[in-house]
Design a protein. Structure first.
Length: 328
């Protein structure tokens, strides 16, 4: 007799929470924290953020995990502060000084040097990065004292702005860049070009894909929402060491964003109830209406008030490639 599979632990919720990650917390720890808070069956995140960095960490639940690649491939906006005068082994404040200089750049010199860092540029990622070398993370090898050599790669920087010069030692920038770009490397290379060296002393991500600052929620706000939904314990239970559980998730769920929010750059196919049923069964459907495209490489379908499928359009038909069967 076949054994029945174990029932997944947690709630089958679907959606995104756009966490404003605090400094000092790793991305994996942040995901684990929210998984516990939401008592969610399935979680993931769109793009690692260094523990020393703060800001946007999009965390996906349930069906939203299937849209993670679309968010990771989107543009990201970072605000970062560079301290001139020293280059460190990690290109930020965590490392030791590798080389230094008493020279300081003028505003005109900084603006001139910045011009070489917009567009398709060649960049060597920091030694302390998540790049894999022979199956090992570069930062793990570096921490073990091994010499790490990472090949240069082409990355896209769509915008680089000098926002402020608080003093001669410090410059504040904002960069909009594509997947795989390291702003720590931009700071390092700018410092070398200017002859003064430099490293990042503050880094904050404010945008990922279609998500903006307005979407972000702090861990404190989520904890407060969880507290709203916790059960009330009597004195005897408290004395016995019981912990109040979240029994009403409505306050937390107010922060959930629909999974399709990650697909804002794709064409949306709005299905009727009959069409949604066909697509959920893996069948193609003919699109009607003069505004419907004849072909489209990437599209998503919605119906029943939720995300139904990812797919493509060919000869006026939507062809599902990945169906979303979960309900949140």
């Amino acid at each position: 007799m076949a054994r029945r599979g174990k029932k997944p632990k947690g709630r089958p919720i679907n959606g995104w929470v756009i966490l404003d990650k605090p400094k000092g917390m790793g991305s994996t720890d942040a995901v684990a924290k929210l998984k516990r808070l939401y008592f969610a069956q399935k979680t993931g995140h769109a793009g690692t953020l260094d523990p020393l960095a703060s800001g946007m960490l999009p965390i996906a639940f349930g069906d939203a995990t299937k849209t993670v690649p679309f968010v990771m491939d989107g543009r990201k906006v970072y605000r970062f502060t560079v301290r001139w005068g020293a280059e460190t082994t990690t290109d930020d404040t965590e490392g030791t000084v590798a080389q230094s200089s008493d020279q300081r750049p003028s505003e005109a010199e900084i603006r001139l040097a910045m011009q070489d860092y917009v567009g398709e540029i060649s960049q060597v990622p920091p030694t302390f990065s998540a790049i894999k070398i022979a199956g090992e993370r570069a930062y793990d090898l570096a921490r073990e004292g091994e010499t790490v050599e990472i090949a240069a790669r082409t990355v896209s920087v769509h915008r680089l702005e000098l926002q402020a010069l608080p003093d001669a030692d410090t410059a504040i920038f904002e960069a909009e860049c594509g997947k795989g770009t390291y702003v720590r490397a931009i700071a390092r290379d700018l410092g070398r070009d200017l002859g003064c060296f430099g490293h990042v002393i503050d880094l904050r991500r404010v945008s990922v894909g279609g998500f903006t600052e307005a979407d972000m929620v702090t861990l404190d706000d989520l904890e407060a929402a969880a507290d709203e939904g916790r059960e009330t314990l009597d004195a005897e239970s408290v004395e016995a060491g019981a912990t109040a559980r979240v029994v009403d998730f409505a306050p937390l769920d107010e922060y959930l964003i629909n999974p399709e929010a990650a697909l804002s750059d794709l064409y949306e196919v709005m299905l009727s109830e009959e069409q949604a049923g066909r697509v959920l069964s893996g069948n193609s459907v003919l699109l009607r209406g003069r505004d419907a495209p004849a072909s489209c490489d990437e599209a998503f379908a919605t119906g029943h008030g939720r995300l139904i499928a990812l797919g493509s359009i060919d000869q006026g038909q939507f062809h599902p490639r990945r169906v979303f069967g979960g309900r949140g």
